[in-house]
Design a protein around this ligand. Structure first.
Ligand code: BGC
Ligand code: BGC
Length: 617
């Protein structure tokens, strides 16, 4: 019998290896090779180099980029307000490469891992696609769509070189007064559980080492959405079983999906700050739940532990924190150079055991290996060109379509015919991309008007959709609606983010209520579209509206709205929050005693297919 060596060798080698070494239990996989490298690398590192890996500095705070090399800084972030000169995709990619070039010049050539708050798209980049904020994605109740969305976002992030997004926010907001309500998927832990897993899979892909995968970060651990009165960074008062039942859901599923990092919350649990809670950070997360990634602190959050920065470092690292976000430069208090000095002292004084340092650094290095950063430290420019592409926008548009919740539709006011003769459009949200996007868009708090991002406003989307013969008239304040066939009035909240978005009252503004009333009084059918980061108290506007759509903070692709209101698609969204009748009812959540909201959790009307013949889908 003739044996063809060329053909049989590929088959023979694994068999011979197996015979020689026995079953390796999958030990020859990339992972264990990495673990080995992590240990090898760790054993070569000095204390200074290890401390550097545990440090994350803001790009704005670096005294000089040389410091990345000098101090072997392990991570850089760009916060919501951090300015870089050129925020185009190429500008970001160049900026990333420049900072990375210092890291790869260090003795051990350990690359930095660069993080950013891409929380609804790569939202600090001009021309990136901005997706609906999570509250809207929650209303889609569609895990495969959320996974698809996060995959697109990952590709856009990777196109700028950036490795890591501080997302998904897996908070379970229990009180709509909280200004970060929109960052969570919804009030129900089950929904958060499902969508968090989907988001992590989307960001990280099947394999973190692939160029288009980015590291995800489930945040903010634990109980950020449960604070008394919905106060940002406040105190969550409840027993442990409630804490677990409501707030742990997203972490369990994110860990199951392999999330590589988790961010600790500013908030406290029963009076103790999360950043010093060893039981929850170490025993629960790393022990019981088997979390193998690393824990990063929130923005200067350890500074809140005590008046003494050195003590803050000691408490948080010993509680289980692995990487510390020290966003401040040497001109401010508690800056990254002090961090380095204090860390060295604490190890020297035996206050932080070296085993703790090795655990932290090992976790960080393992993620860097898993991401293949050592072999590919620089931006993959082939992905840069895809940022803001039509294909990406289509996915966001689909998310918008599925996120809209129809709350009222008297006399089948919707869908609107594309051949309507005279269409009237009004309200501050109608032609305002900034308001559509909300906070965390180009700047930290977001802003009204033409923010530095492309996209389509609702008014533009309407004009792109109606027939040639339709006369579209727009007026900000609602004057001149007389004689129109139908009005679309876009009202709601102006942009805000953490800290500044907390509200005692969630009433729609007087200005908005009066606007809806004024338009309605001219006797034309009135469709209200609400842009908001949470349910609002809408009673009067709802009464005056013939149809009412909760559109949340849809982002740049407003054609997802016109797809549905002009009947090409049906409504699919279901409320991810119970909708209160009045402020006395807030907080109101599914499973409350005497649950009697204006609209229940999961509510959402649809067109009747038989009547709405215009529907194409
Ligand atoms: C926020 C985080 C965010 C971080 C970095 C903090 O203030 O709470 O959600 O990831 O800043 O920008
Ligand atoms: C940063 C944000 C951060 C916030 C916290 C801002 O200046 O840009 O990213 O979350 O400060 O206070």
């Amino acid at each position: 019998m003739k044996i063809n060596i060329r053909k049989t060798l590929p088959i023979l080698i694994p068999i011979l290896t197996f015979m020689l070494f026995g079953y390796t239990g999958g030990k020859m996989t990339k992972k264990s090779k990495n673990e080995l490298s992590t240990e090898e690398l760790l054993s070569k590192m000095t204390l200074d180099e290890k401390i550097g890996q545990m440090l994350q500095v803001d790009s704005d705070a670096l005294d000089t980029p040389e410091d990345i090399k000098t101090y072997c800084i392990g991570s850089i972030l760009s916060g919501g307000n951090s300015e870089i000169e050129d925020v185009s995709p190429q500008g970001w990619a160049n900026f990333y490469d420049k900072l990375q070039s210092y890291a790869v010049q260090t003795r051990l050539k350990i690359p930095i891992i660069y993080g950013i708050d891409a929380v609804h798209g790569h939202n600090n980049v001009k021309g990136a696609v901005i997706f609906p904020h999570n509250i809207g994605l929650g209303c889609t109740n569609n895990p495969s769509l959320v996974e698809k969305a996060c995959k697109v976002i990952a590709e856009e992030i990777a196109g700028t070189g950036i490795d890591w997004t501080f997302a998904p926010c897996v908070a379970v907001p229990q009180n709509e007064r909280w200004g970060r309500t929109y960052e969570g998927f919804g009030e129900d832990p089950e929904l958060v559980k499902e969508l968090s897993e989907a988001a992590v899979k989307g960001f990280q892909g099947k394999d973190l080492s692939k160029p288009a995968s980015v590291l995800a970060c489930a945040k903010h651990f634990l109980g950020d959405g449960g604070t008394t009165n919905g106060t940002d960074q406040g105190n969550t008062k409840c027993d442990e079983s409630t804490l677990r039942k409501i707030h742990l859901a997203g972490y369990i599923s994110a860990i199951k999906a392999g999330v590589g990092s988790i961010m600790v919350s500013y908030s406290s649990w029963n009076g103790q700050k999360m950043h010093s809670n060893k039981y929850l950070l170490t025993d629960l997360l790393k022990g019981e739940l088997g979390f193998k990634g690393f824990l990063v602190s929130d923005w200067a959050a350890i500074d809140q532990l005590s008046p003494d920065f050195k003590k803050d470092i000691e408490m948080s690292i010993n509680a289980g924190l692995d990487m510390v976000m020290v966003p401040n430069g040497s001109k401010s208090k508690n800056n990254y150079k002090e961090f380095i000095t204090y860390m060295k002292e604490l190890v020297g004084e035996g206050k932080i055991p070296i085993t703790r340092i090795d655990d932290a650094v090992g976790r960080i290095l393992k993620v860097k290996f898993d991401m293949n950063l050592f072999n590919h430290p620089f931006a993959d420019k082939s992905l840069t060109a895809k940022i803001g592409s039509k294909a990406h926008r289509e996915v966001a548009r689909e998310c918008v379509r599925q996120s809209l919740v129809l709350l009222k539709n008297d006399n089948s006011t919707l869908p609107v015919s594309k051949r309507v003769k005279k269409l009237f459009v009004a309200g501050k949200g109608a032609d305002n991309i900034g308001m559509q996007c909300g906070g965390w868009t180009i700047s930290w708090q977001g802003e009204m008007g033409q923010v530095t991002t492309g996209g389509t406003t609702i008014l533009q989307a309407i004009k792109n959709t109606v027939s040639k013969n339709t006369d579209v008239k727009y007026s900000l304040d609602g004057s001149g609606s007389e004689g129109s066939d139908l009005a679309v009035v876009v009202v709601g909240e102006t942009p805000y983010a953490e800290m500044k978005g907390d509200r005692e009252e969630l009433n729609l503004s007087d200005e908005d209520i009066k606007l809806v009333e004024k338009v309605k009084q001219t006797g034309i059918p009135t469709v209200v579209v609400l842009l908001s980061g949470r349910p609002m108290i809408i009673d009067k506007a709802l009464l005056n509206a013939d149809a009412f759509v909760a559109a949340w903070l849809p982002g740049t692709e407003a054609e997802g709205i016109t797809d549905v209101i002009f009947g090409d698609y049906n409504f699919a969204g279901k409320l991810s929050h119970s909708w209160p009748k009045n402020m006395e009812q807030v907080p109101i959540n599914l499973n409350d005693k005497n649950y009697d909201p204006l609209f229940k959790y999961g509510f959402g009307l649809k067109y009747d297919h038989l009547k709405a013949k215009v529907l194409k889908h």
